[in-house]
Design a protein around this ligand. Sequence first.
Ligand code: RB5
Length: 159
Amino acid sequence: MRLAIGSDHGGYNLKETLKPYLKELGHEVIDVGTYSSERTDYPLYAVKALRLLLSGEVDRAILICGTGQGMTMVANKFRGVRASLCWDVTTARLAREHNNANVLTLGGRLIGPELAKEIAKTWLETEFQGERHKRRIDSFSDLGATEDQIEEVEKRLTT
Ligand code: RB5
């Protein structure tokens, strides 16, 4: 799978741990930053990864901040994004089976590296079950901000 991965400073260490692991699993990984543990703003990295996702350059995205909450909030503002904040393997499995989540969000300060690897592997390898779940996600997946509004988020944080 082609993956985008992004984090702020709170998720930086976990991003660096997950990157080689995801490559070992056979995925192509595009790291959109941040590239150090210097303090920064999580929405910037959320939207960088979402741009790749929404344009079809990657199949899924993984976003990490301190708690995973901020990344989840930004991601779910955008049309076509179904971001799932996962803290255990069962949540990761169900986020795929029932919700067809296309973004995995993680709390880099709240879960350890081995658990995070298991969560990511499960989330990447579990198929959506479709059927009754499809009707439910189809009822809201076309709502929300469009790709061009990504620029608005970037402008607010960089000017
Ligand atoms: C940064 O201190 C922290 O607020 C951020 O990483 C994240 O947890 C926000 O939801």
